[in-house]
Design a protein around this ligand. Sequence first.
Ligand code: SF4
Length: 102
Amino acid sequence: MTSEKKLEFEFRTGKVIIDYDKCIAPECGFACVKADRLYGRSVLKIEGSRPILSVSREEAKRLCNECLGCELDCEFYGNKAIRIELPLFGLNEYRKRMGIPV
Ligand code: SF4
């Protein structure tokens, strides 16, 4: 899903969410795009002073190598605008079994 407010795209085991309301580009030097080029597969590019997908959603899902570099570098150099969701298989069942609220 992409709206004016955020960009969401899936990769094989999770999802990347970029919150444009928190994005401070270009002050951060587009740290997420640089990290993606260094450690990932260049699925991000700069357009209109914000990071967007450089490939289709289907390609991003296949290409992304789950390096997590975009999220980490946004945390270090940006404004914590990126959240990566990585569901852990069986975690909810484990929590229920152990009596931990899900
Ligand atoms: S690193 Fe964070 S603040 Fe900078 S362009 Fe990327 S999402 Fe925006």
